[in-house]
Design a protein around this ligand. Structure first.
Ligand SMILES: NC(=O)c1ccc[n+]([C@@H]2O[C@H](COP(=O)([O-])OP(=O)(O)OC[C@H]3O[C@@H](n4cnc5c(N)ncnc54)[C@H](O)[C@@H]3O)[C@@H](O)[C@H]2O)c1
Ligand SMILES: [Zn+2]
Length: 363
């Protein structure tokens, strides 16, 4: 088990990465807090897989867990679902001394984190991310959210977990498409600050959760990504400087593609992969990225079986509308992140809507 500490001006917590962590979650928690009631929040796919194991371990350490499950999928990240869960927590006797344990992917993590931020004006929570995307990205950083019909992640709070427990074993049951999309965020981290990691990812086929060698390689990759994300957020947790914004590399166009596809056509990581392809195209013209490095990034995405071209019939105009809308929402400013060379990034001031249009047309 590796422990990575994540610190900032007003937060400090540990992320544990390893095998077999679920079975000892109770004792890991009991080290730092006295046992009490807790809500295990999960979804209807993940709950049956790991809920019992987490619940048993907590019970053995004298916690009193209540398991609450939600339907899987982005639609559950809503106010309505949050209200239902809060109600179940109240019915289960959870009070201000209770704890929230989120077991699942980014949807469960964002929603349970949001509930932990508002229930009794804030409870501590523990993240048990069970998707690659959540282990390398969403479980770190304290962003919690629900969606409204007018916008994804529109409502939320910055609320840091008390502990993150990333158990590599949980990844073995992930459907292949879900597993692969996690690599988009890994490639994003590589492009913005770790050129060496890009080479490792290009051999993605050896990074599998179903054998010991694969697990070891995957574990070290996950650890590195947690360190990277931790470094960015520690320096700028509230996006006050451009530091945390760099983590949005590939996301301006990526988010627009997700929206244009009705959140059904592409998974988040797949849309980000396309967004990275567009951001690289723009980086060649506006930041001096070499054609050779551009090709290496595209190759890494393709080696992970991630999309770099849109289907012919995809409504490209909707992507541009979404970028425009986002721009208005952000006070007329698009903070477009570019890379001048693999391993570095900055916020460009010279990227126009026309540049974005050209890049989207090329996808
Ligand atoms: N807070 C942040 O900083 C941040 C960052 C990136 C993404 N996000 C959010 O994360 C969400 C996407 O996360 P995600 O891709 O993990 O999606 P997800 O939580 O929907 O999980 C994907 C699917 O995999 C299933 N699943 C999860 N773990 C499994 C396992 N071990 N075995 C089998 N099936 C499993 C889930 O039931 C679900 O159907 C989005 O809502 C996005 O906005 C948040
Ligand atoms: Zn992302």
């Amino acid at each position: 088990v590796t422990e990575i500490s994540i610190r900032g001006p007003d937060f400090s917590y540990a992320a544990l990465v390893g095998s077999g962590l679920l079975g000892s979650i109770g004792s890991s928690l009991a080290r730092n807090r006295s046992p009490g009631r807790c809500a295990i929040i999960s979804d209807e796919v993940v709950g049956p897989l790991f809920g019992q194991q987490v619940g048993d371990s907590l019970t053995q350490s004298d916690f009193k867990p209540v398991l609450i499950t939600i339907p899987p999928g982005e639609n559950s990240k809503s106010f309505e679902e949050a209200a239902r869960i809060c109600d179940q927590m109240a019915a289960g006797g959870l009070d201000r001394d209770s704890l929230v344990v989120a077991v699942g992917g980014g949807v469960v993590g964002d929603l349970a984190g949001f509930i932990a931020a508002i229930y009794h004006r804030g409870l501590p929570y523990v993240h048990v991310p069970t998707t690659l995307l959540a282990q390398v990205d969403s479980s770190i950083g304290g962003k919690t959210a629900v969606n409204t019909p007018r916008g994804k992640n529109l409502i939320g709070a910055l609320h840091h977990p008390a502990l993150v427990l990333s158990d590599i074993d949980t990844l073995a049951t992930l459907p292949p498409r879900s597993f692969k999309q996690g690599f988009a965020e890994i490639i994003k981290h590589a492009v913005i600050c770790d050129a060496e990691m890009l080479e490792k990812v290009a051999q993605a086929s050896s990074l599998r959760p179903d054998n010991d060698a694969g697990k070891r390689a995957l574990q070290s990759l996950i650890e590195r990504n947690i360190e990277i994300k931790a470094a960015f957020i520690s320096a700028d947790v509230r996006e006050l400087t451009d530091q945390r914004v760099l983590l949005n590399f590939g996301h301006t166009v990526g988010h627009a593609i997700e929206l244009a596809g009705g959140y059904a056509r592409f998974l988040h990581g797949e849309a980000v992969s396309l967004g990275i392809a567009a951001a690289c195209e723009i980086s060649v013209r506006k930041a001096g990225l070499s054609e050779a490095e551009h090709a290496r990034i595209i190759h890494a995405l393709e080696a992970c079986d991630l999309p770099t071209r849109l289907p012919m019939d995809f409504p490209r105009d909707r992507i541009l509308n979404a970028v425009e809308h986002d721009k208005k929402f952000r006070g007329g400013e698009v903070k477009f992140v570019v890379t001048p060379a693999i391993g570095s990034a900055h916020v460009a001031t010279n990227v126009t809507m026309d540049d974005i249009r050209r890049a989207v047309e090329k996808l």
